[in-house]
Write a protein that binds this ligand. Sequence first.
Ligand SMILES: Cc1cc2nc3c(=O)[nH]c(=O)nc-3n(C[C@H](O)[C@H](O)[C@H](O)COP(=O)(O)OP(=O)(O)OC[C@H]3O[C@@H](n4cnc5c(N)ncnc54)[C@H](O)[C@@H]3O)c2cc1C
Length: 292
Amino acid sequence: MEHCDIVIVGAGAAGIAAARSADEAGGKSILLVDSKQKMGGVLLQCAHHGFGPQLTGVEYVQKLLEQFPKEIKVMLGTTVVSVSSDRTMVLSSPSCGLQKIRFEQLILAAGCQEIPIGALPIGGTRPEGIYTAGQAQELVNICHKLPKGPSVILGSGDLGLIMAEQLSLEGVKVAAMIEQKAVCGGLARNQRCLETYHIPLLCSSTVTEVLGQEVLTAVKVSRSDTGEEQIIPCSSLLVAAGLRPDRSLLLGLGSPDWVHLCGNCRRVHPMVEAVTAEGKQAGAAACVRMKK
Ligand SMILES: Cc1cc2nc3c(=O)[nH]c(=O)nc-3n(C[C@H](O)[C@H](O)[C@H](O)COP(=O)(O)OP(=O)(O)OC[C@H]3O[C@@H](n4cnc5c(N)ncnc54)[C@H](O)[C@@H]3O)c2cc1C
């Protein structure tokens, strides 16, 4: 069975920073694994500026990867399927199939998951045209396809606002942004697009039903304060209802002292600098544990 001192799961900003810092701290036999084919995680789908703070997400990754140490083994297109308490893990990839690895220290940098429509109390069927905001972002920036307009966005946090701006720039009409709280959720700089593109923000409201059989035709929106309902015709619905840390690999393991969490799988961060800093700390901490 292959053995590594330090395995890092996730090659987003946190995982890349962790791998680099573990190497700088003198770590040997470091393995970085990601299920995607490229390093960068969510940054790869961020075409907007605001990272670091003047770069796009893609440019920020390029910077992080400058002079990436050759000694670090990187396995892309490889998913960590499970982690066991005896410090082994099972990896899966199309080229090697299932593979078991033994390790000493684990740095979990697996990012976060979006809350899907299935987790929300929204009635109706699930016709074509419903995406999470992150899926829509990937569709636009990586697959170069657009969701059909008009579009309704549920959730006015930064991710929802970024997608509202991007769809408007690409010529897809955003018919409304729906927010259950009394005020918009995102940063002021991201809220500007509502005015620029005349996007109505319906606060104290939520989507209660999606309408349409095979394809989405409209959503039903209800106000929580007055109970008033309205139907908004649309061909796509982007659900930007929040993100939650992805620690599914640790289920049933408790909090062993050989696991180090960093980035969005520790807690969801709005800014990438904090993620990178946490990754660095985790890499150094794993090396300190190795030496004990
Ligand atoms: C839409 C959006 C806009 C943002 N805008 C800004 C901004 O303007 N400015 C700013 O500073 N910050 C911004 N951020 C925040 C910041 O960019 C992110 O918080 C940060 O990039 C997250 O990095 P991460 O490494 O924690 O997670 P991720 O980038 O999500 O990386 C996690 C990686 O783990 C991999 N993975 C997960 N599970 C497994 C497994 N079992 N096996 C193998 N691999 C696995 C995934 O494939 C992924 O590549 C934004 C975030 C989002 C989502």
